[in-house]
Design a protein. Sequence first.
Lengths: 257, 305, 338
Amino acid sequence: MVDSIAEPILRIERLHKSFGALHATDNISLDLRKGEIHALIGPNGAGKSTLIAQIAGSLKPDRGQIFLDGEDVTHLSVAARAVKGLGRCFQVSSLAMPLSVRRNVMIASQAISGSSFRFWKAVESDKALIAAADEAIETMGLLDRADVPVSFLSHGERRQLEVGCALALKPKLLLLDEPMAGMGAGGSERFTMLLESLKLEIPILLIEHDMDAVFRLADRISVLVYGQIVAHGTAEQIRHNPLVREAYLGVTDEVDD
Amino acid sequence: MTLALALEQLLNGIQFGVMLFLMASGLTLIFGVMGLINLAHGSLYMVGAFVCAYVTGITGSFWLGLLAGALGAAMMGVIVEVLVIRRLYHRDHLDQVLATFALILILSEGTAWVFGSQPLWLDIPSVLKGSIELGSVIYPIYRILIIIVGVLVAVGLYLLISRTRIGMRIRAGENDREMIGALGVNISALYTFVFALGAALAGLAGSLVGALQSVEVGMGEPVLILAFVVIVIGGIGSIKGALIGAMLVGIVDTLGRVFLPGIFEWFMEPSAASSVGSGLASMLIYLLMAVVLAIKPKGLFPANA
Amino acid sequence: MLKLNFSLSRYPNLQLSRESWVNLALLLAMVLAPVIATAMDEVYYVNLSTRIIIVAMAAVGLNFALGFGGMVSFGHAAFFGLGGYVAGIAALHSFEDTLFLGLVPGTDQMLLIWPVALIIAAIIAVLIGAISLRTQGVYFIMITLAFAQMIYYFAISLTTYGGEDGLSIILRNNFVIGDTNNPLHFFTLCFVALLMSLWLTHRMVGSRFGAALTMAKLNDTRLATAGIEPYSIRLVAFVVSAMITATSGVLFADLNGFVGPSMLSWHRSGEIIVIVVLGGVGRLFGPIAGAIAFVLLETFLGGFTDRWQFFLGLILLGIVLFARGGLIGLMTGNARHG
């Protein structure tokens, strides 16, 4: 059930970013509501990752505003937004390879449980911290791999770990950039079920190319082409939108699906 | 303070800037194209000066010496690039810093071993020894020569990079290193060429300044650090930045040293003004660097904005 | 780092890893050498041991920023020299019974000098770090180098405190217990200081701050995305590192009875980096191994030829190109990872 009356957990207003003559993000407004998965689709180069980067804070927009749970976070750093509940997973996994799964997740748990300027107590014996991290690790089904260095994990496990790190932040929302890229059919299936189970507690803004997953998971879909949202609606509406079918799905109405 | 004095110091500043440009352009090219930080650049400057002094000594011709200095430094550059530098392109910056620092030690001590630790004799050729009148200023011919050389080098570099095939490859290499390899450009040769070019410029600078100051082991190190300041201010990887940065640093440093103690004399007694003034003057360009970085952390004209 | 993490989470504290044995052996050697030398009445070797310890401590400071924090600072000599000048200036004013800047009296008490050195180093480190850490990679290296040069030239311009020739410390500063003029007492003082800096480093690396610092070094995108500001973490690490190195500078000046601009030179910065790398970057006891190797090379090879740095250069080049874990890496069979 999507709560459409209350303040959306994420609201982007007239966000704009140009690189020279290229409008990577062209006055985009969209929102993410509690309890939903909002998918962002579009051809390569449409500006999806640029948009995510601006929402997360690693790229500064030229104009526009970003509201997280009603609060204007447009001028906050990546870390500040993360602490306020913005979890992000990258298109290409960004993990500390030599460290274990647990150590990667613990850093997020650490961020939300007090100051990092504590210089004496050993982190390895901080049971509360380890327990908090293990909670997120278990949600992702990686608990038996908790001590393994990330460099030994499979690709699919690393994608899961990325989400686990984000979950350890106890986030208010998740930004997922192609989480299932490079996963086999089995991994994608498990991942899709996981996202379905998460969405009620943690709304998700999802970039994905896997159309099966998109149409199965998404409550709403926005279509991004050349930095603009050319179509927006429920999964059913988008599936039958002729513009989208032609421009993106590559199907014209002369040929029956 | 007369106009003539100010103009003379301005010219000195420009001449200093030219010399810094010769160093900085090589450094910034090497970093822009190969992604390598080269601490040994100051040693190449020194090698050029020593070769120049040596050849001038045996042939009696400063011009031959100058040529030999540039070529000698270039040859040393090639040797160093082939033996050491090319193993460093894929290493992290710490390894590059350490390896090139090791090269400084090897080259400095090696030079001292070959030539002894006393400075070498190199003098301005008598034909260039005089001064000429430029309006109200009487300025040494040799320094004017240096400025002319600098302008020629700047123009030459511009033409090389924007008008020749090699220049095109250099520009492409600065943008995307992996790509030009895939396009079939001989990367090894290109890199060696760029390194040797940077070395030649450094050697030329060393030879020119050697006649003005002295030719001794370790002469390249203060210059190297100044060159770093120049490219940090100008933007690493940008020749235009190197030129503007070099002029800025050369002029600010020269004028600062001359006029700051005087400025402080307005409200301090002479001995205090002199020490505070010269202390501040020696820190001036670093403060300038700090100010530039505070506003533009990647320098004035960063190559990859 | 890989080995360290494995051994911490897998093996309880009972079993000592090979690296720990090596570290223990080094410490033991450093304790025994001066004791034996004193027994044999060889003052020179006691002072040599002290020199090794002090130089090791300077490297411990840098190792915190560079080895554990990934910050390649080419300007740590600035802090080393800062400590030295604090010691020298305090001693000078105390000896001549004059006031520094007409305001502050000198002192010959180490317990007073150390806090002053720590505070001044911290302030300078905050200033330099605040600007430098806004940059990355090569810029950072060059900028720290440049700022250290600035301080170097500034010290040369201070004719009141020796200028280019430096400052002599006529009488070694005093500590509350023992006689600092006794070589073995002074060695013990320095050794305890080194142990304290090692202990501090060890605790900090294992703490929450250390976890954040490690992540800042390995992947600062991950750190920021996890909710911690890399800049603040790095700045604090840089300042702590500067403070440790500055303290070693105080001791160095007292050991030699002299402080001069050479303590601030970029050659010195390079040497400190070399010591860290010789011993093994990011290994806790690396600086000790590196300092032993470096000082022994400097002393004995330097005894043969003035051109000993030529060979240092060759050795360093060899290590960088072929032996990536430094000396401890060679001894324990672990190459540096990452």
